[in-house]
Design a protein around this ligand. Sequence first.
Ligand SMILES: NC(=O)c1ccc[n+]([C@@H]2O[C@H](COP(=O)([O-])OP(=O)(O)OC[C@H]3O[C@@H](n4cnc5c(N)ncnc54)[C@H](OP(=O)(O)O)[C@@H]3O)[C@@H](O)[C@H]2O)c1
Length: 307
Amino acid sequence: MKAIVYYNYGSAEIMKLAEVAEPEISKNGDIKVLIHASSVNPVDWKIRRGMLKMLSGKKFPKIPGADFSGVVIESASSKFAVGDQVFGMVKAVDGGCSAEKIVVSDKIVAPKPENIDFIQAGVIPLAGLTALQALKNIASIETGDNVLINGCTGGVGTFAVKIAKAFDARVTGICSNRNIEYSMKLGCNEIVDYTTQNVYTNEKFDIIFDTIGNLKYNKAKKMLKSKGVYISSGINAGKLITSSIRRKCKLVIVKPDKKGLLFLKNLVEQNKLIPEIQEVQPLYQLVTAHQISEEGKVNGKIAVRIR
Ligand SMILES: NC(=O)c1ccc[n+]([C@@H]2O[C@H](COP(=O)([O-])OP(=O)(O)OC[C@H]3O[C@@H](n4cnc5c(N)ncnc54)[C@H](OP(=O)(O)O)[C@@H]3O)[C@@H](O)[C@H]2O)c1
């Protein structure tokens, strides 16, 4: 099968389209998926650059990509049959989705939402589950909450805005001035333009979701209600230390999550969570797709078309 591979850590150009051995089903519960679409997440190029070596190790070649949507072509599972349309994510350090086929456990896969195509479904899992696990599982979002989302225009941020709105939250989005109109269209009630305004205001929030991870916790905590929580998906040494000593400072580390995928599928099918896609790149242009993501200015997601 065709896949994008790389043999050492480095810049985007080290990735090449190659012919590699097809993965095989090895245990009960596995399914083989013919991948139709995937997406780029910043963690893909962080791994490729060697920024997460402690987790990604020295084993090569690596196939990047954590998101997939596609069709089951072989099944050792009682839950999925050949021909089923599915979507899901694998652990980013395992990768394997920038390829024509993948073998995954049925425990991390869900049926694809019926009202969207494979390209749309393929951008949802990692970023959508990050936003869901942050807002619902960790911050326990409730109807009517006042929510601040930093980086509301990115992959995680766009899902976070729509998920919060699905809970009838009041959402303030932090974005740059080029994205004010886009953020309003996403559904934000209020916008703070980080290029011209102080992002630390007197308003009080139930949840501050810092998708970028660049808000200073000591300043952000003054914007929390008494039971409020600050949660970040942008993880660095400072945030790790603060979250270990401050009860209201939390980190989300996304995990494959079938239940979460089913929740997202339900929102999609109610037309409350149609994914935002900036552009679609074919698999053979993954180098370009990574380079665009590395610039840090993507609105929504970059989808990768595999079939
Ligand atoms: N912990 C986890 O499990 C987990 C999971 C997913 C993602 N992440 C991490 O979370 C971060 C965000 O991921 P993502 O997929 O959303 O990234 P992304 O899609 O690449 O984010 C790009 C967006 O961020 C906005 N942005 C850039 N700098 C900003 C700033 N200073 N303030 C506010 N917005 C800013 C950009 O808009 P402008 O250029 O207009 O500002 C752009 O729309 C990444 O570091 C990623 O690795 C972690």
